[in-house]
Design a protein around this ligand. Structure first.
Ligand code: RAM
Length: 916
């Protein structure tokens, strides 16, 4: 036996050394990312990127790192000609700033990283990652904007607005040398799809996306090396309205004078000898409006007529002599062309219908079982002359027919007109819809419809949905799923309020309440950061921030909404640890605070506000506005914006600023307390006391401790007066959980959260919600549809997700970016188990608990290079009842919790005997 063991050990030894692995070798860093989470980006935007990597799960801590950057992979790691950080003693493994010369347009660099673990043992160098820059300056563009000449008279839509028929633009060129590398740089005012030699370029949709076009238009970069061929080549672009032209946004729904779409592109082709040939959009291009996509708009849908198909139109040898010569326009220096700062929209998932209901001979209704956003792909037999019609809707009416009233003026109808008998596979290209049901009509009545005819293509910005949440309560799990779908449906290049009606705008208020939840659910760092760029560009000269970004509403700011400009940067920094977010946005935050000050008298703000939007049972004339006094709301947000700017100043080391904001915050808080609260901690006359009024004051910590203690009592009274139901709208609802939790009233919170009656989260679920709704009672089985505010995909009330992760699962950041994690689950008797997982910058964080008979079993996972504080409820006074990984451990006690602090990476199990 002994001999055997020795023999096996010998073998193992041999095996390990053969592979060059010795016991002490530290595993290499993995998942090398730059800036806001980009992996080997092509066409990158950031000339001074930051670097992040993950350590192997077995490592506790990083003691030091080294980064090398070179112009060629073969120079790594020993001859980095671009930048060498040297060995830096630091535990920082995320967002380490590059300190070499700013990277230039088109520059291609390669990098590696190495780290030293807690015993100062070095890892090997990582694999090589790379960055290729896009075109960073307008001066890099030789191309011109092109478009088809305007018609003598515009066709119009039924609303009298100009109809910009999709343009097909093409150009032929010749190559006489073998291609080494080719890049297509492209952008549009409108949305485009590019093709080379008959092949579609890229698999993204509605590019380039949506920014304040008058300031900045995003450019995409594609590697098209493989698409080119010797001799004759052809490039073709389809260009449609998108967000830029046509019917979009409140004013433009009816506006007639909007500029037509334009496109610009530059194809740079390097041959084996290093010669570069550049094909640009210019006067040599030809264009037509007579292509198969007859019309396409974001609100109204797309009409595709196959009779207009132009075989091989983006291939060489196509006869374009009947096409028009394009009009060109020079680049306007005011409008910046800049690489896209986030991943584009993509088809991210496919849904099959769960049910099919034939309505008559040639009309059938499909139910995808899930309210979703994107388009329907058809895969079905067609006969020449068929006009297939796809109508989209989120709900069915009492007769079981498609309900479309809530779409406003958005038609959301797609058509496919067949030119021959065949099996067609088709989907619209330049539109999107919010729907659960689709009605298909116009097919040959001899056919028996099949579910396989339609597939729902779910589209959203290309990020991963990594967060996981589970509990023993199925409605809570459904709520989590609804919140996820709210995110999928509305994170559509910018954070939208809703994806279906004739609105679909980047409402700031909705965004600021939802950002923490969104970051639990998904890797949306770059998404948010890109949106903040647009927000900075939209800031008014007086420091005001519009209520929607990009701005479509006009030149005014509103408290609680425009404050997104301080809340979003702060949350994004705190949850990712990326200081760059604060650096980029600090100036905007400061200017916003100054604007707030200009709207205040004696520290009480008179800035207008949307109010506690859609508070149930509002007594106001416009009942979408809640009862909480406007100036109370505005002053609270004034204080909150000042506080976050103060915190940002502290992180950025701006001490003078920090002091200034500290004092300002004190003055606002004092004025606020005097103005709105009496000695008993009650909202005083003539102001109307509301749940939201108390929640804002307590949630943002504006009251003195003494008043806050008293105010809780009045908040509870307000809640009891409504039979423990919420009476809060968009800005009050997100604060219910944090306030009741931090003041120790979790029983009350669970009661509100688990309510089945109106208004509550579960109430909408009981009415069939598969997404978050704009109103809790948007539809009810008893009364049908509400009168207005009828979006069935509005993520704002999904803000409760943050608390579900923090306290039901038990995962929260204690230090920025989860460098230190707080595990503090709150097992409530309404639940038997709860668990969650979060993909942090350092690796996966897991927390899961359950009751096993009378024991409380709790498992956590702490990723490398972080530490954690663990709080477990003190079920019995006897902390001896708890074991950690099978051994008894010494815990501290804080109030009603057992505490274990400064725990490093690894997996741990706690068992608490006799917890129930
Ligand atoms: C609505 C939007 C949005 C809300 C504003 C005030 O039209 O849907 O959700 O923030 O108004």
């Amino acid at each position: 036996m002994k001999i055997n063991i020795i023999f096996i050990a010998l073998l193992q030894c041999l095996f390990l050394s053969c592979n060059g692995i010795s016991k002490n070798t530290v595993q290499v860093p993995e998942q090398l990312l730059v800036s806001e989470g980009f992996q080997n980006p092509l066409g990158f935007y950031d000339a001074t990127p930051s670097f992040s990597w993950k350590l192997a799960p077995t490592v506790k801590k990083q003691m030091a790192y080294a980064i090398v950057v070179a112009s060629k992979p073969e120079l790594l790691p020993n001859q980095p000609d671009i930048w060498n950080s040297g060995k830096v003693t630091s535990n920082q493994s995320t967002f380490v700033k590059y300190e070499g010369k700013p990277l230039k347009s088109r520059q291609n660099v390669f990098w590696q990283v190495q780290y030293w673990d807690e015993n100062d043992n070095p890892s090997n160098w990582s694999e090589t990652a790379q960055i290729e820059m896009g075109l960073l300056s307008n001066s890099n563009w030789k191309a011109k904007w092109i478009k088809i000449p305007d018609p003598e008279e515009w066709n119009t839509t039924q609303y009298g607005t100009r109809l910009f028929r999709p343009q097909y633009l093409r150009n032929d060129f010749k190559l006489d040398a073998e291609v080494k590398k080719a890049r297509l740089y492209i952008a549009s005012k409108g949305v485009f799809q590019a093709n080379i030699n008959g092949q579609k370029i890229g698999n993204d949709v509605l590019t380039p996306g949506w920014t304040p076009y008058h300031k900045r238009i995003e450019t995409l970069t594609y590697d098209v090396t493989e698409n080119l061929q010797n001799d004759k080549n052809s490039i073709g672009i389809i260009l449609a309205e998108g967000w830029h032209s046509g019917r979009f946004g409140p004013r433009r729904r009816w506006d007639t004078v909007v500029a037509p779409p334009q496109v610009i592109c530059q194809l740079e082709i390097e041959d084996l000898k290093g010669n570069v040939k550049t094909i640009i959009s210019d006067k040599n291009w030809k264009a037509t409006r007579k292509g198969p996509i007859r019309t396409s708009g974001l609100y109204d849908g797309e009409v595709y007529d196959a009779n207009f198909e132009m075989l091989n139109w983006s291939q060489p040898n196509f006869d374009d002599s009947s096409w028009e010569t394009v009009e060109t326009e020079d680049i306007n220096l005011k409008t910046q062309l800049f690489p896209k700062k986030q991943a584009p929209l993509k088809n991210k998932m496919e849904l099959q219908p769960v049910q099919m209901m034939q309505q008559d001979d040639n009309s059938v209704l499909f139910d995808f079982g899930q309210n979703m956003v994107g388009v329907v792909q058809l895969n079905m037999p067609v006969k020449k002359g068929d006009t297939l019609k796809l109508r989209h809707g989120e709900m069915l009416d009492a007769k079981g027919e498609l309900f479309t009233k809530n779409l406003g003026s958005a038609k959301s109808i797609d058509y496919y007109i067949a030119k021959e008998d065949k099996i067609v596979t088709w989907q619209p290209t330049f539109t999107f819809h919010g729907f659960r049901y689709v009605e298909l009509s116009g097919f040959n009545s001899a056919l028996k419809p099949e579910k396989s005819w339609v597939t729902g293509l779910v589209q959203y910005s290309d990020f991963e949905m990594e967060g996981e949440f589970k509990s023993s309560n199925s409605k809570l799990n459904q709520l989590h799923s609804n919140i996820q779908w709210g995110l999928r449906g509305n994170f559509f290049d910018v954070p939208l309020d809703c994806p279906q009606r004739s609105e679909r705008l980047g409402w700031t208020g909705d965004a600021q309440v939802f950002i923490p939840t969104s970051l639990y659910l998904s890797d949306t760092h770059a998404f948010w950061s890109a949106w903040l760029t647009s927000m900075r560009e939209e800031q008014f000269a007086n420091g005001g921030i519009p209520v929607v970004v990009p701005n479509f509403t006009g030149k005014f700011a509103q408290a609680g909404w425009s404050d997104a400009c301080t809340i979003v940067p702060w949350e994004l920094y705190f949850r990712t640890g990326d200081k760059g977010v604060l650096e980029d946005n600090y100036k905007m935050m400061k200017r916003w605070c100054a604007y707030h000050t200009s709207e205040a008298t004696n520290y009480i703000s008179h800035m207008s506000t949307v109010g506690d939007w859609l508070q149930p049972y509002s007594q106001q004339k416009d009942d979408r506005r809640g009862d909480t006094p406007n100036t109370l709301i505005s002053t609270v947000f004034y204080a909150q914006s000042v506080k976050l700017t103060m915190k940002a100043a502290e992180i950025l080391g701006l001490n003078e600023d920090k002091k200034y904001y500290e004092q300002l915050l004190d003055s606002i808080s004092m004025a606020f307390e005097n103005e709105y609260f009496n000695d008993e901690g009650q909202i005083k006359q003539p102001y109307t006391p509301t749940q939201t009024g108390y929640l804002l004051a307590l949630g943002f910590d504006i009251l003195s401790e003494e008043k806050a203690d008293k105010a809780i009592y009045h908040l509870l009274k307000e809640i009891e007066a409504t039979d423990n139901h919420l009476r809060t709208g968009f800005i009050g609802t997100p604060l219910l959980a944090p306030v009741l939790d931090k003041t120790g009233h979790t029983d009350k919170l669970f009661e509100i959260l688990f309510k089945e009656t109106y208004p509550s989260w579960f109430y909408s679920i009981n009415q069939g919600a598969t997404t978050m709704w704009e109103r809790w009672d948007g539809y009810t089985h008893d009364n049908g549809f509400a009168d207005r505010a009828l979006s069935f995909n509005h993520y704002a009330y999904g803000a409760i997700g943050q608390w579900m992760y923090e306290r039901i699962a038990g995962i929260a950041p204690l230090e920025a970016g989860y460098k230190k994690i707080l595990f503090a689950p709150m097992p409530h008797l309404k639940l038997k188990e709860g668990s969650g997982s979060y993909e942090s910058q350092y690796g996966t964080i897991k927390s899961s608990w359950k009751f096993v008979e009378s024991d409380f079993v709790y498992n956590i996972r702490i990723p490398p290079n972080t530490s954690a504080k663990i709080k477990i409820p003190l079920f019995s006074k006897n902390s001896q009842d708890v074991t950690l990984n099978g051994k008894s451990t010494k815990f501290g006690i804080e109030g009603n919790t057992l505490i274990l602090d400064n725990i490093y990476s690894g997996s741990y199990q706690f068992i608490y005997k006799n917890a129930k």
